[in-house]
Ligand binder design. Sequence first.
Ligand SMILES: [Zn+2]
Length: 424
Amino acid sequence: MSQPDIDSARLLRRLQCLSRIGREAGGGISRPGFSQAAIDAASYIAAEARDDGLIARTDAGGNLLISPPGPRRYARALLVGSHLDTVVNGGWLDGAYGVVAALEAVRAVCDNHLDLGVDLVAVAFANEEGARFPQAFWGSKVLAGRLGAMTVPPVDYNGGSLREALARSGGDIDALGTAAWAPQSLASYLELHIEQGPVLESSRTPIGIVSAITGRVVLAAEFTGTAAHAGTTPMDQRSDALLGAAHLAVAVSELPGRGLCRVATVGRLESSPGSANTIAGRALVTVDLRDSSEKRLAEAESAVRHRIATIAACLGLAAECRRLAHSQPARTDPALRQSISAAANDLGLSTLELPSGAGHDAQIMAAVTPVGMIFVPSIGGVSHAPDEDTSPADLIAGARVLLGAVVRAGAACGRKERRAVPST
Ligand SMILES: [Zn+2]
């Protein structure tokens, strides 16, 4: 049997084709989940998969699933994939790379008639980014049966209906349960992704093995004071809501230095009435906290809440704090890390274990199955921007490592599967 390999020219050609779907005049890519561009991207990949002789179907959650022809042979499947949606004016590789490489892996396994001992399924998850509809990680949550009660209304930021957008994408909001996989039907999940940060590039390492995926808490803090004249109100008689927000922004930036979380960001500030000659009566800030320890995240959140109360008391303001989002950190599976490491080693590629500071579908899947993630370098560490890029050599190397890891992980799962079959 020949050593399976991906078709590197086909990989790069498909990535180039995808990069033309949803491309803005300035070169950025806009394919928000459930938009026409996201639908077109999924249609393109489905057509390519069918040209490869594979089966492509869309589940009720709008996820695209690609599998070898013929009926399923095993009780469990190894899933491999990423997402096709993007942020607004994002880059060409975030998500798309992992989907195109997953398609290559399935094709290579089929072409080489490899029996992994588990079924192999490529997946393009719907609405990972939550750029238009705020239900980020939608597709992986549906597939993992982790959607739960919808915490935000099923509409986009402009009030557009998720029901209709999902139907246009080939899904069905009334049948989401049919898209959920039982944990016992999953062997594991592998995802290849660009790093979106500078670590691999600066250490000149072509392959990253993700140790853990960051958890995240997003809070909205609102200070209410008294809008008043900027010229006539004495300094000791003010209730300046914007000043409260400013104090909080500084306190948040100091959290990592105090060992409370890995990174902390105030990314949004709104004040009203927003006039140069009026003391702000109201100010709202968002606080984004990230760490790979749930305990440290919780400590950081409680420190922020405590600080908001202290600032409000000091400045004579009323304050409120709401949690906008929470995703739990996830560890990757040691056996899958080992499969990735062995695959890279076979190809003569050096590796580095690193945590992921960005969220990924893999962390949702980690609730129901072992997960592994492979990173390749991002040039300049840039992502979620038009300049996002990775060298062709690194893109090809990452896809080869993914295939090697799929073959190893599949074989390991298959051995377990066979052991689990009772002897007669
Ligand atoms: Zn992504």
